[in-house]
Design a protein around this ligand. Sequence first.
Ligand code: NAD
Length: 481
Amino acid sequence: MKKKHKITVAKGDGIGPEIMDATLKIIEASGAGVEFEEIEVGEKVYLTGNTSGIARESWDVIRRNKVFLKAPITTPQGGGYKSLNVTTRKFLGLYSNVRPCTSLHPFVATKHPKMDLVIVRENEEDLYAGIEHQQTDEVVQCLKVISRPGCEKIIRYAFEYARNYGRKKVTCFTKDNIMKQTDGLFHQVFDEIAKDYPEIENEHWIIDIGAAKMADTPEAFDVIVTLNLYGDVLSDVAAQIAGSVGLAGSANIGEECSMFEAIHGSAPRRAGQNVANPSGLIQGAVMMLSHIGETEAAERIQNAWLKTIEDGIHTYDIYKEGVSKRKVGTMEFADAVISNLGKIPTTLKPVSYKGNTTLNLPKYQRKSPAKKELQGIDLFVHWPGQEADTLAEMLKQVESSGIKLSMITNRGIKVWPEGFKETFCTDHWRCRFKPVKGSEMTKSEIIDLLRATVVKNIDVVKTENLYAFNGKPSYSLGQGQ
Ligand code: NAD
């Protein structure tokens, strides 16, 4: 007999247990080769004083089984509690967040009847690395961290997903006209990897106009791959305009482990009444079955679910007089899906996962290191004055024969030399020092420079080395430089 996949299941909080029971009942009825091991996460665990919301032994279960189906959980109000979703994604290296957003017209109201897109969102990096500092009285900073492995993994995932699910186009969204290093790397890696998939169309949009286009004409897109923050915002917009955030599921995929869920929360006010729509979690479960290779069961459930929606059997959140036929509770909806197993929808497009494989992506291979040359340093200075010329005079006192002040910016805008008096300045100044032409800079010269700032009472709050990689300067210029 074929070995069953063991799935870790967490029933969560609020409506979680109801929608999970409904979903598990459907999975079992579908004949999928899976068995479940339940763990406790969320509110109950938080309230025992465990601020992570999950016990150590539960991590062991998740890591052993590798596949995790999770109902929504309630993060208690008040400080100190860590979001279990974010922790799980980061701990398990779940780098890819996949959200299909397909309209169910005419059965669920939407302005976009032809919408059928998938958002593949980078899940670990970007501003969500959570590296924030206050540096001066007036300025706080959040580091945007983008890595080549992060870009390669998510972009390859998007193309492999497109190939596996018969999708025709992958669109990359970035803001690389502004963030030339971080978003620039994402776009560059997209162009590199797209070459490996000549049968799939590829394109790049600047995120602002791309998002506007998606909200207006979503049928213009097929698979969208983007960075963490943009993907977070965009995927909620996409789910909402497709019909409802209550109908969407999401997959979080890593090299070893994966987690599947509904995109909505625990809706505590609806808990315990058998009214919640289990569709989001059912969609998560379908993605899970497809991911582990149980494609036949995934296809049976998805087609039965589409048929149920099409039959007008709706929970309260999507029930509409004239369109819907019967208002049902959580379990009755699940029973209707079960009775439709083996049937296919007639108006909505049936799915076919035949020929799909489990996505097997190559492990990231580190490239040989580039030639790295130190070309200068930015000193970030906390100084409450207003006149950049005055600061420049102070900084000139720490120059050496080989290292000179070349530029000062304030919030990225060049204010010295030749700044505008109209430019508003905060107390946070980026002061760029460069070696005089022709000479390279050494680390000990940096230490000498910093020592001189201490002697002169200049408050350096952070430094950033300026490097060229393989001869290409890899740091931003000042705006206006
Ligand atoms: P929510 O998504 O739980 O609920 C918003 C509203 O949407 C609810 O009032 C409800 O009317 C409706 N709704 C949501 N899911 C529904 C469903 N399946 N069927 C019918 N109606 C549904 O968002 P919220 O109220 O902001 O958050 C509640 C709790 O959920 C918070 O503690 C939050 O931290 C948590 N949360 C958890 C997750 C997760 O575990 N993945 C995600 C988001 C929010």
